[in-house]
Design a protein around this ligand. Structure first.
Ligand code: GLN
Ligand code: ZN
Length: 770
């Protein structure tokens, strides 16, 4: 058996430098290509990745290259590998019980009446995983050997790679109880049943040539999962005793990314495994190390979460500190998979070279790891030049114009800026809006059609003059407003055709941001976003959204919602400067939005939505850090909206359904109306809202926009009735789960019609005529 490599990464982007996987997968879904073609593209991508990583300095045959490909999601991969798909998909299995690629995608995306797996955010990242459903009846078996095949594929090309799979504890800890499970059922109770399948997988990986396997166990660092730290540590001890005790297996590397491991490090240190990965970008070097029994300690010192080149010297110092604490073998790694960063900064030819010199995307981070590994082997002097260059870039960034010299630094914050008048006063002022019971609205965006994308692309290439592009967008708004009037919605939107992305659009219109050309990162499945880089002081040089909102309002007597993205979400979905507290940056963004709201009001917009879908996602994994986060995040929202008049109805939208976790924060946002996701979880959240006594307006989504499926009138009606049963009528709004931009018009219109009809039926029963 070979030693753990001196330098590695926990995972590499899977979508391809030019989003090749997205294109291939979507063309397969659309029936334009067959499975063989998709498999071929995927194999090419994996081959390109291995060659690229080897070219950047990772060893071809020392297990330093991770085998971390996924067609859709790594949690789904693990669930499918152990055969844990919900019973409603059982008929999609092959005769021998295995789960093929077609079935895999159906579990991810749903089909007809079969709802897909729920989707939620992966730890504190903007990546979404599919939530496995596990019950007492779930049968575990090795139902997919895709990972084994990938190791063999690498071997036949002359590589010894390191397969990566979500570990058993994290798989179960992230799962939800299946529908047929008894009340209070804990998926983690199935640990002993799933372990033999993992053991069988390990044996096959070994037989295929794997020297090392990486089990990702981020659940061990989280303090915001249903299972507590002690339960997770105990489960981990149990799992590793079984897997480590297996006779035929590769050496086991357990990675615990996304935060500090805490006392669970002792559990891993005592387990019969060979290497442990800890996150040293988020966590500090521990004060002392438990006895490691010869295990390699893999220091995640290069931040996998952010794109800054960072302090390489400090990273190396952390690795030296681990050695000084008595860790025999120390390796250098990224703190997390590089899934969260774009491929290569060298692709960004349009960015200011000075900014570029401060950045490190995936390929540059691989280079950093390789440098650190060399330093570990040959000593600090051997890499002194690289360390100095990184330090010089950091110093340059500190002094560069725009970083710390905005007028925004002179703003003297007054406490009154963070509050509006009491809700009751606002509620009565907002009666002037004359909305019906169960007001119908949407979350903001309408489908981004091929036409819209093409027009934008032509405008950006300079082929379409700005006036013509603006005209085109106005025609688009005309149609969207007419459609909503025709459907009978109560609060309209302009549809956001001018926005490529809800954060990037603001980034492009605010100072302090830079926008990349190819900086895509996977959001979920085939979807990717292109985060902007928030590098300097933020300010608003001119109005951003006002003309579009005002134009849409001029087309209708019904209120049109102004549509802004909140400070927390702008931060969460950008790559944010790491040289000052996030709260300070958030307040700079908030002041810009505050001015925008004043301008919207002046233009006659009476309802303004400030989206904060990322509020939950940035919540630190450690309980001790959460209060501070919730404080600054809520305050930034309140600063943004605090200048609105009593009669202006402030909406917010949150993109998830775990209302309970951040209920106090949601309450503290003090938005007049909050829309949330609820369709996939069948309105479970409504019970939470009722239980927590949340008394502002709330719109639990009745249409899952993440799936191409059209919900029936009856289905929506039953969701609505459930909501009406649990919450006062006066509080409820009716809306989809999220924006419609990723959907096609056909399914959108049908779904909205069904929503309107379902609402009509419910109104008929529950609204007492005046
Ligand atoms: N207003 C945005 C839209 O409708 C909100 C999207 C989101 O929350 N992700 O697209
Ligand atoms: Zn949303």
């Amino acid at each position: 058996m070979t030693a753990f490599p001196a330098g590695t990464i926990l995972g590499y982007p899977r979508i391809g430098r030019r989003r090749e996987l997205k294109k291939a997968v979507e063309s397969f879904w659309a029936g334009r290509s067959d499975q063989a073609e998709l498999e071929r593209t995927a194999a090419e991508l994996r081959a390109t990745t291995r060659a690229r990583l080897a070219g950047l300095g990772l060893g071809r045959d020392d297990s330093s290259i991770p085998e971390s490909f996924s067609f859709y999601d790594q949690v789904l991969d693990a669930a499918v590998t152990v055969g844990a798909i919900p019973a409603r998909f059982d008929d999609l299995r092959d005769e021998d019980g295995t789960i093929g690629l077609g079935a895999y995608f159906t579990v991810a995306r749903g089909e007809g009446e079969r709802a897909p797996l729920e989707m939620t955010k992966w730890f504190d990242s903007n990546y979404h995983y599919l939530v496995p459903e596990i019950g007492p009846e779930t049968t575990f078996s090795l139902a997919s050997e895709h990972l084994v095949a990938q190791v063999a594929e690498a071997a036949s090309a002359g590589y010894i790679t390191r397969p990566v799979i979500v570990g058993p504890v994290t798989l179960l800890a992230l799962a939800k109880a299946s529908d047929d499970a008894p009340e209070g059922f804990d998926p983690l109770s199935r640990l002993d049943d799933v372990l033999p399948v993992y053991a069988a997988l390990l044996a096959k990986l070994r037989a295929a040539g794997a020297q090392w396997v990486q089990l990702d166990e981020p659940a061990l660092v989280s303090e915001s999962l249903p299972a507590d730290t002690a339960a997770l540590a105990a489960a981990s001890a149990r799992a590793l005793a079984v897997l480590g005790g297996a006779s035929e297996r590769p050496q086991i590397f357990v990675a615990a990314p996304y935060a500090a491991l805490g006392s669970t490090l002792e559990v891993l240190a005592a387990a019969p495994i060979e290497a442990i990965g800890i996150d040293l970008a988020r966590g500090d070097v521990p004060a002392a190390l438990p006895a490691l029994g010869g295990k390699t300690l893999v220091g995640g010192v290069i931040d996998g979460h952010n794109i800054w080149r960072g302090d390489l010297d400090a990273a190396f110092t952390k690795l030296e500190a681990l050695r000084a604490l008595g860790a025999g073998a120390v390796s250098a790694s990224t703190s997390t998979s590089l899934l969260h960063v774009p491929h290569d900064v060298d692709d960004e030819t349009a960015l200011d070279p000075r900014l570029v010199s401060w950045l490190a995307f995936a390929d540059q981070k691989v280079g950093q790891v390789v440098t650190l590994a060399q330093g570990l082997a040959e000593g600090r002097d051997a890499i002194a030049e690289a360390l100095d260059a990184a330090s010089a870039a950091l110093a340059d960034r500190r002094e560069a114009p725009g970083v710390r010299d905005g007028a925004v630094r002179e703003h003297a914050f007054a406490e009154a800026e963070f509050s509006r008048v009491p809700y009751e006063e606002r509620e009565s002022a907002q009666q002037a809006l004359k909305l019906p019971a169960l007001p119908l609205t949407t979350i903001g965006s309408f489908p981004q059609t091929g036409d819209i994308r093409r027009a934008r692309a032509r405008f950006l290439r300079g082929e379409l003059p700005e006036d013509d592009y603006d005209d085109f967008l106005r025609r688009e708004i005309d149609q969207v407003v007419a459609l909503q009037e025709d459907l009978g919605l109560d609060v309209l939107v302009h549809g956001e055709p001018e926005r490529n992305d809800m954060v990037q659009y603001f980034a492009e219109h605010l100072d302090g941001f830079a926008v990349t050309q190819h900086g895509w990162v996977q959001s979920y499945g085939s979807r990717a976003t292109r985060p902007s880089i928030l590098w300097g002081d933020v300010s608003r040089p001119a109005q951003i959204t006002v003309s579009w909102a005002a134009y849409a309002q001029s087309l209708s007597v019904k209120p049109v919602k102004g549509m802004l993205t909140g400070p927390v979400t702008i931060l969460a979905w950008s790559f944010v400067r790491d040289d000052q507290p996030l709260g300070e940056t958030a307040n700079q963004v908030a002041l810009a939005l505050r001015d925008e709201i004043t301008d919207l009001e002046a233009a006659g917009i009476a309802i303004i939505q400030v989206d904060e879908p990322a509020l939950r996602e940035l919540l630190p994994l450690k309980a001790a850090d959460q209060a501070d986060y919730l404080d600054w995040s809520v305050r930034s929202f309140r600063l943004a909206t605090g200048g609105a008049a009593a009669g202006t109805q402030i909406h917010t939208h949150l993109c998830y359904s775990e209302f309970g976790v951040v209920i106090d924060a949601i309450r503290a946002l003090d938005a007049d109306v909050t829309s949330i996701e609820a369709a996939r979880s069948r309105m479970e959240v409504v019970a939470d809202i009722a239980r927590f006594g949340f008394d502002h307006g709330v719109g639990p989504g009745v249409y899952d926009i993440h799936s191409p499926r059209v919900p029936s009138v009856e289905e929506i009606e039953s969701l609505l009735r459930r909501a009406v049963d649990e919450l006062p009528l006066s509080q409820l709004w009716v809306n989809p789960d999220c924006g419609l931009k990723t959907r096609a018009y056909e399914e959108t219109v049908q779904s909205l019609r069904n929503i309107v009809e379902a609402t009509r039926r419910v109104r008929e029963d529950v609204v007492v005529p005046a």
